[in-house]
Design a protein around this ligand. Structure first.
Ligand SMILES: CC(C)(COP(=O)(O)OP(=O)(O)OC[C@H]1O[C@@H](n2cnc3c(N)ncnc32)[C@H](O)[C@@H]1OP(=O)(O)O)[C@@H](O)C(=O)NCCC(=O)NCCS
Length: 177
């Protein structure tokens, strides 16, 4: 029983002292892409966000950021999901799912948006969105990867406009490679 408890994955807000572990995690999870500068800028800045860590046996095994953004001109607040990662040795064990679902519970927004693989994000209810425009152009073949999910509110209400993101996210390279 004690062994089982030890292996449990705890989801908690990140702390400033997690930064070194977060940098190592991103290096391992994204060998071909350096997303740590984005993460570092978001965590160091004053933009509103939700940053969650997955911890197992005191080790940081996963991380996600939801950044609060707005859809203009209506001004509706939405949460942009990303980056999300699980340590290579801990993938396909529910770490990513736990981070996303806990985020959904804690977010103060009725929509979340993501640019990611529909085969993964579909399980959380994300569907391709062609009413909200991305802040920077995305390749046409990624159209289905730009997705949204409603977390609450009036199901009939349609959200439309352009996503306006904080400076850290306003880099065309993040949306096209
Ligand atoms: C993508 C990622 C976050 C998923 O987290 P995870 O903890 O491994 O995933 P979960 O255990 O919650 O879910 C596992 C399921 O997702 C599927 N899955 C995992 N990565 C996937 C991907 N890139 N595309 C499609 N499906 C994927 C698995 O096949 C598995 O499917 P099943 O439930 O049908 O068996 C993780 O694999 C990762 O960090 N990958 C490298 C970085 C990355 O690509 N991040 C996402 C973009 S920001």
């Amino acid at each position: 029983m004690a062994g089982q408890m030890k292996d449990e994955i705890e989801i908690r807000p990140t702390k400033p002292e997690d930064l070194g572990d977060i940098e190592a995690l991103y290096g391992a999870a994204f060998p071909d892409e350096d997303l740590f500068p984005l993460v570092n800028e978001l965590l160091a800045g004053s933009d509103r966000l939700l940053s969650l860590a997955a911890v197992q046996n005191k080790r940081l095994v996963g991380h996600v950021i939801f950044t609060y953004c707005s859809v203009e001109p209506c001004g509706r607040v939405v949460a942009l999901l990303g980056p999300l990662c699980a340590a290579p040795a801990n993938q396909k064990q529910g770490v990513g799912s736990k981070l996303v679902r806990r985020g959904f519970e804690q977010l103060d927004a009725i929509h979340a948006m993501v640019l990611g693989d529909p085969a993964y994000y579909g399980r959380f209810g994300f569907k391709a969105d062609d009413l909200v425009e991305t802040p920077c152009p995305i390749p046409s073949e990624w159209k289905e990867a730009w997705q949204s999910v409603r977390l609450g509110g009036d199901m009939d209400e349609k959200l439309a406009g352009t996503l306006v993101v904080p400076k850290a996210w306003n880099d065309p390279a993040l949306w096209s490679s």
